[in-house]
Write a protein that binds this ligand. Structure first.
Ligand code: ATP
Length: 244
């Protein structure tokens, strides 16, 4: 574990106008890892993702990606660099078909590096293999899909930007348990394909099961980090709600 992480934040502070939402957050993701980020409403999880993506103003050295300080770069530059996002609320083009939503992403993504195996890149065909229902409904307008199917489109669209790390903001939110499992079952395949994952998740058990490492946030600070497998319920509860 001596190599530099693929993505990391360093004493990251960020907020909205005069309101400070994050207080010195140190966070890292290594190549091939699945990292979960949990915490109650308002803990700062989405703000951390937004800060990494350049949607909020942060100092250059507060975010490092693949050996370079990139904090404060524009969001489109982050995506081109290889940081993908499945945003909270999905933000699809509701009036467009599934396939057109997927197609749009291709132009905005990371360009393959010299020597990179082209077969390892995501294609619409590979997205349809991950989520066969999307192939069946490829010409349907996204607006007419179920929430779970829309989430599949959002994940597919993000993968088509060829991310090296994919930030997923509450992909289970508002979905039925069966659908959540359908989506979470696909995550190991995404990881096997070489994409590291950051899962912001409200469901603590799900987060713990799906990840290698877990971070807990409370009031803008990381209160716990460690191996998901060995973390105790008591430690998580204390970090989640704060010690009384
Ligand atoms: P949730 O699960 O509700 O999305 P979260 O952990 O992602 O919670 P954030 O959305 O990052 O939390 O919010 C962190 C803090 O920043 C909260 O106090 C929230 O009220 C505040 N906040 C979030 N977005 C804004 C905004 N656009 N303007 C002002 N304050 C904001």
């Amino acid at each position: 574990m001596s190599e530099e992480p693929m993505l990391s934040t360093h004493a990251l502070t960020a907020g909205y106008g005069d309101f400070q939402a994050l207080f010195g957050v140190d966070f890292e993701v290594r190549a091939g890892e699945v990292v979960a980020l949990i915490g109650a409403n308002g803990a700062g999880k989405s703000t951390l993702l937004r800060s990494i993506l350049g949607l909020l103003s942060v100092a250059r050295d507060m975010v490092r990606f693949r050996g370079e300080s990139v904090g404060g770069s524009k969001p489109h530059a982050m995506v081109r660099n290889g940081i993908g996002i499945v945003p909270e609320g999905r933000r699809l083009f509701a009036g467009m078909s599934i396939e057109d939503n997927l197609r749009v992403a291709i132009d905005y993504g990371r360009k393959p590096q010299r020597g990179e195996n082209v077969a390892s890149l995501w294609t619409i065909e590979r997205i349809y293999k991950l989520f066969p229902i999307l192939r069946e409904r490829r010409d349907q307008v996204v607006h007419n899909l179920s929430g779970g199917q829309q989430q599949m489109v959002a994940i597919g669209r993000a993968l088509l930007t060829q991310p090296m790390v994919l930030l997923c903001d509450e992909i289970s939110l508002g979905l039925a348990p069966k659908v959540i499992h359908e989506i979470y079952d696909v995550l190991p395949m995404i990881r096997q394909a070489g994409t590291a994952l950051v899962l912001v998740e409200q469901d603590v058990s799900l987060a713990q099961r799906a990840s290698d490492r877990l971070y807990c946030m409370l009031e803008g600070r990381i209160t716990l980090t460690g191996d998901s497998n060995t973390m105790t319920r008591e430690a998580i509860a204390e970090a989640y709600f704060g010690a009384n």
